[in-house]
Design a protein. Structure first.
Length: 353
């Protein structure tokens, strides 16, 4: 791809970006999404990463999963239209790519607005759903978890003309101090030679490979992208410190890149340029070195402009400049609400001219 990929994540979980709150009238939901898409187009973006399955629920008409409670306030309640189809149509009008964003293993969010619908996975197959902290998760140790999630993916790719499919950094959940993920039952079924940690990583590796194959078999023209945590392991490259996703999330994100199981990679490089333990330039260069054939489009934490100690828009602008200097012809902003900020929008409008 010669043209720079300029994208934004539109997060629907907990109504981070859209809709503004559950239960908004249909016309208000649609009007706000149109306003956002107009803004993205006016700024010079060319792609939207739209979250359509935050918690084994749906922002699309699914035969498997219930309508999301983040739309109406009640899981399973029909919103009166198909948000994904609406988003696709509005994106096309503005020459925006529309990539669907799924969370493969998160089953319920911490804040729950309603009881689970009768066709939610926690009701249909409760044995594969595990409580861990305030969330519920599908257990990747069960083959049913893989089969079920891949079925949802195939359904989306069969029925909707999307340009890509995208997953983020949630595989096994982020660890809670002193608590083991409760997968004793699925682990007990495994009779192979791997240690428990390696078995967990293998569960995720097999899922990612299967997901890649499912996308290519079902909708070959769709791009498959992953947005892993920005650090593979501390010390890679030298001087990098922070969370070890290989050990904590059981995510061997370097392996998937080296195997070529993606069309693009968006490591979440959510730190400042001058950060020493999490250097934006060093991490970007390291990811690019792992498979030079696959585009690395960094994830930018643009919403840090809202922090108590806010980033200035120039930080994001300079990160885009560094990415361009390093040959990374693309990036994704987290998240849409940051682009509604006048100062941020003005800064991006300049660099995207």
């Amino acid at each position: 791809m010669n043209k720079e990929f300029r994208a934004v994540w539109v997060a629907t979980v907990d109504n981070i970006d859209w809709p503004a709150k559950p239960g908004l009238p249909l016309v208000d939901q649609q009007a706000s999404l149109i306003n956002d898409f107009d803004l993205f187009s006016a700024l010079g973006l060319n792609a939207v990463i739209f979250q359509i399955r935050p918690c084994c629920d749906a922002f699309f008409d699914s035969a498997f999963e219930p309508w999301s409670e983040f739309i109406t306030g009640t899981q399973g309640l029909h919103p009166g239209y198909d948000p994904l189809q609406f988003a696709i149509e509005e994106a096309r009008k503005r020459n925006l790519q529309l990539h669907v964003w799924l969370n493969p293993f998160r089953a319920r969010f911490a804040k729950r607005l309603s009881p689970p619908a009768p066709n939610h996975i926690s009701v249909m197959h409760p044995f594969i759903v595990k409580d861990y902290g305030p969330f519920q998760w599908l257990d990747p140790g069960y083959e049913l978890t893989h089969e079920y999630t891949l079925g949802v993916v195939r359904e989306i790719l069969h029925h909707y003309e999307v340009d890509g499919l995208h997953i983020d950094d949630y595989f096994y959940p982020y660890k809670i101090a002193g608590q083991q993920f409760p997968d004793n039952d699925s682990w007990a079924l495994y009779k192979g030679p791997l240690s428990r940690d390696d078995w967990r990583r293998d569960n995720v590796n097999r899922f990612v490979e299967s997901l890649w194959k499912a996308v290519k078999a079902t909708r070959p023209q769709a791009q498959f992208g992953i947005s892993p945590f920005g650090i593979w392991r501390p010390g890679h490259p030298a001087g990098i410190t922070g969370l070890d996703q290989f050990a904590d999330l059981y995510a061997n994100a370097r392996l998937w890149l080296q195997k070529g199981w993606v069309d693009y990679y968006t490591p979440q490089l959510y730190w400042k340029i001058e950060s020493t333990g999490q250097s934006f330039p060093k991490l970007l260069a390291w990811w690019q070195e792992q498979n030079p054939q696959i585009p690395i489009w960094p994830g930018l934490f643009t919403s840090r402009i809202f922090d108590k100690t806010p980033w200035q828009p120039e930080e994001i602008v300079n990160q885009i400049k560094i990415a361009r200097e390093k040959g990374a012809m693309g990036h994704i902003h987290f998240s849409a609400k940051a682009l509604r900020n006048e100062k941020m929008a003005a800064a991006l409008g300049e660099i995207y001219k």
